[in-house]
Design a protein around this ligand. Structure first.
Ligand code: 48F
Length: 255
């Protein structure tokens, strides 16, 4: 029995990994914006791999506000949650509350069920650049990075790379600082996130969701950090709408 169980895990994992070494879309970071983008793109028929450095996908969703496990969304974002089967409670003032654990688990399950494959504990440590186009991601086990082991990574090629890494926008950082590319921002570089202003931050998160460079896109807080938007805390409509907007944009670019 032991041999069969171990063999089943090894064979099915490597089948999954091998069939995702070349994908249409590589989403880096399984936060709310990345998961919505992944689900919509997978549902539209694209091959999508999500790389999440932590053990649990879900990003900043789980902890609600200050570990109180409820979050808020605007009424016009409820439709996206509804598509994932996540329940919201209307407050009658344009906002809704929802259980952050239901939201995190619902988004993960929805993305996976739509066909996106999530590789957890895998971090993206670099990007691939071919002839002026971002063409893939360089991956390694996150424990390897955390323990600072000198271990070479492997590569996944992608027609589109999404930076969904949240506040640090790690992938765009690589493009700007390492590949030296000029991205579609007011300075051609990363402006950096501003302090709290919920209303403005929510609006600009969606506005700032765009293609930054051939093959490179940013969603959610990463998009906002790149363009110098305000942070917004435990309201998540902007993140969800950012993911949906990006999926449409990428689907258009890849068709
Ligand atoms: O930050 P995060 O939840 O992304 P998001 O979709 O949502 C932001 C909100 O959660 C919150 C907010 C809402 O008002 O402000 O912050 O923009 O999730 C980002 C995910 O990316 C992973 C990280 O562990 C997290 O789960 N991540 C970060 N860097 C890497 C990565 C990397 N290099 N490789 C793989 N995963």
């Amino acid at each position: 029995m032991e041999e069969q169980i171990s063999g089943a895990i090894v064979r099915s994992f490597f089948k999954k990994l091998e069939s995702h070494l070349a994908v249409d879309v590589a989403v880096v970071g399984a936060g709310p914006s990345g998961l919505v983008a992944a689900r919509d793109l997978a549902k539209a028929g694209f091959k999508v791999a999500v790389f999440e450095s932590k053990l649990a996908p879900g990003g900043g969703t789980w902890g609600g506000g200050m570990l109180m496990n409820e979050v808020v969304v605007q009424d016009d974002a409820a439709e996206i949650l509804n598509d994932f089967g996540v329940t919201t409670v209307p407050l009658g003032n344009g906002y809704r509350t929802l259980d952050s654990v239901e939201m995190a688990s619902g988004l993960i399950f929805g993305a996976r069920k739509a066909g996106a494959v999530i590789f957890n504990t895998v971090c993206v440590e670099d990007i691939v650049v071919h002839d002026g186009v971002i063409s893939g991601v360089v991956i390694n086990w996150n424990p390897v990075r955390r323990l600072e082991m000198h271990v070479d990574p492997i590569v996944v090629t992608a027609r589109a790379v999404v930076d969904g890494t949240g506040h640090p926008s790690e992938i765009v950082q690589k493009a700007v600082n390492k590949a030296g590319v000029k991205i579609d921002s007011p300075t051609g570089g990363i402006l950096g996130e501003k302090p709290m202003w919920m209303e403005d931050g929510e609006r600009t998160t969606v506005e700032n969701t765009k293609r930054l460079f051939p093959g490179l896109y940013a969603s959610g807080m990463a998009a906002n950090n790149v363009q110098g938007g305000f942070r917004m805390g435990p309201i998540f409509g902007g993140m969800l709408k950012s993911g949906r907007k990006l999926a449409k944009l990428i689907a258009e670019d890849l068709k």
